[in-house]
Ligand binder design. Structure first.
Ligand SMILES: [Zn+2]
Length: 236
């Protein structure tokens, strides 16, 4: 049967094309790239939240600073009033002393609050710089993957085209009937229509053929088939 001597060559070529097509489908589905995009978006979202928190801390700090300054000014004025002799009434003096003490206490609380905000601000800044690095890294990875995928897709197109024309040339040496059988088998059996028999073992289904069967195959002139998987086989 014309073509039997080159059927394994044809199978090898088709298997290589199948792999390329699978890789192309994977790349087009872009799972690696969309996973990298997800990582990037998460990192950007984290950075965004940290920046928002950081802005809130900065504005609260400014508010506290103003508050502390204005209480300081008020305190200075009250203290001045206390010692400039303008107050003679004991009750009024007592009220002023009370107001000064209360102002001092409030200022101290605000100062504590400001320190706390400053500490939070520093923590947030450290976290922002870590998150920023993550974003930069994730963006670079998305760009690299996108570029690599595009490059690989172009290469696959070239390789597939080369294999297709090689297959076209090769197929002309096959009898139509053999080619049809081979293609039917490929459709039914996960892309493998022809296999070698090595040391009596079918390389597709890995069954060991009996000595009698091997002998019978050797004497078969037409298409040889594996007695187990029914694929076309070639004794090598
Ligand atoms: Zn088999």
């Amino acid at each position: 049967m014309r073509g039997m001597d080159r059927i394994l060559e044809l199978q090898e070529l088709d298997t290589a094309s199948d792999r390329l097509e699978q890789r192309r489908a994977d790349l087009e589905a872009g799972e690696e790239l969309s996973a990298a995009r997800k990582v990037m978006e998460d990192a950007e979202a984290r950075l965004g939240e940290i920046r928002l928190a950081s802005d809130a801390v900065a504005s609260e700090s400014r508010r506290l600073e103003q508050e502390i300054a204005s209480m300081g000014a008020k305190l200075a004025a009250e203290e001045k009033r206390m010692y400039d002799g303008s107050i003679v009434n004991a009750k009024e003096l007592e009220a002023l002393q009370h107001a000064i003490a209360s102002l001092k206490e409030r200022r101290s609380r605000s100062e504590d609050a400001l320190l706390e905000q400053m500490q939070r601000g520093e923590d947030l800044e450290a976290r922002a710089s870590g998150a920023d690095e993550e974003v930069v890294g994730a963006r670079a990875r998305v760009e690299a993957l996108g570029g690599d995928a595009q490059h690989e897709l172009e290469q696959i197109a070239v390789d597939l085209e080369a294999r297709r024309s090689e297959r076209g040339r090769l197929a002309t040496g096959f009898e139509e009937e053999l080619l049809e059988l081979y293609e039917d088998l490929r459709r039914q059996k996960h892309g493998v229509g022809a296999a070698a028999i090595v040391d009596g073992v079918c390389q597709a289904c890995h069954e060991q053929l009996s000595a009698v069967e091997l002998d019978r195959l050797k004497r078969t002139d037409g298409v040889k088939r594996c007695e187990y998987c029914r694929r076309i086989v070639v004794l090598v």
